[in-house]
Design a protein around this ligand. Structure first.
Ligand code: GLU
Length: 286
């Protein structure tokens, strides 16, 4: 169940694993323009629940880059690290519904899509062993949603991903759980993000459904790749955006998003105002 009646609220949710790059700007700008074109709010959430992958100073750098590009967020900055009680409650609720099992598998023994193919779910692995916590997805579970950019989407999740991690063996909450809970908050109505997260969307929709949460509308964007066809990624060292050239960076993000050319004579605010007026979801390459 989604909640189209609520006033539009979107969000941008970078992980502080490095500075923003050209691909991050596409996601930031599209989520910003989609919100502004709808007269809505645009929130910023820092997904900082994976300290081993965090880069010192990255959050501050992300904030400076967004400010340099005049992408000003509404309300106060949100940090996932402030939401641990909500994730713990969600996990308890899922466990109480019999949907969670302990898994002792290591990366080397996992099956396709990093699922547990051993008998952990049937075995009741003792809590004294180092284990991750996984959610069960019944075999015939198929999920569908109407993507705001790519149109109807469908996945036989039970076959594709019969189980996936909610809490890692190192005790950290998994991105899927944290993101499902945060985006399942009734205040969030729209999530516009890269197509690399399309599979994650099905997992998050599943978690939201199991928790009885409403879900936002989702739209998935084209993903920028390097010359080898790999997704630009903070972790693999994609070049940081140059905060001194916001106008040029935004123009190039608009071109990636298939938006009509705009000449604002180097004025970043004017560019964003015109881009909001001319924003077209249907022009975004699928
Ligand atoms: N924080 C994650 C990332 O940077 C998720 C983003 C999202 O869900 O929009 O890839």
């Amino acid at each position: 169940m989604s909640h189209p009646q609520a006033p539009y609220t979107g969000r941008f949710a970078p992980s502080p694993t490095g500075p923003l790059h050209a691909g991050s700007l596409v996601a930031a700008l599209a989520s910003f323009l989609d919100a502004r074109a709808a007269g809505g709010q645009w929130l910023l959430r820092i997904d900082d629940i994976d300290p081993p992958r965090a880069m010192p100073g990255a959050t501050q750098r992300i904030l400076s880059t967004l400010a340099a590009h005049h992408l000003h967020f509404d309300g106060s900055l949100q940090l996932q690290s402030n939401h641990y009680p909500a994730y713990a409650n969600a996990l308890d609720q899922l466990a109480a519904s019999g949907l969670v099992f302990r898994c002792r598998c290591t990366r080397a023994t996992l099956g396709p899509n990093s699922t547990c193919i051993a008998s952990c779910a049937a075995e009741e692995v003792p809590a004294t062993l180092p284990t991750s916590l996984r959610i069960k997805v019944p075999e015939h579970t198929t999920l569908e949603f109407d993507d705001l950019i790519k149109g109807p989407q469908r996945l036989a999740l039970g076959e594709h991903t019969p189980n996936f991690i909610l809490r890692r063996r190192d005790g950290l909450y998994a991105y899927q759980l944290a993101c499902a809970v945060d985006d399942g908050d009734p205040s969030i109505t729209h999530v516009i993000r890269g197509s690399d997260l399309l599979d994650s969307t099905f997992r998050q929709l599943y978690i939201q459904r199991c928790l009885g949460l409403e879900h936002p509308r989702y739209g998935h964007l084209p993903v920028l790749t390097d010359s080898d066809g790999n997704k630009l990624s903070k972790q693999t060292g994609a070049a940081a955006l140059d905060d001194n050239t916001p106008y040029r960076n935004l123009q190039s993000a608009l071109a990636t998003l298939g938006q009509p050319p705009i000449d604002a004579d180097g004025d970043v605010d004017a560019l964003l105002t015109l881009a909001t007026e001319h924003w077209s979801r249907t022009a975004i390459p699928k």
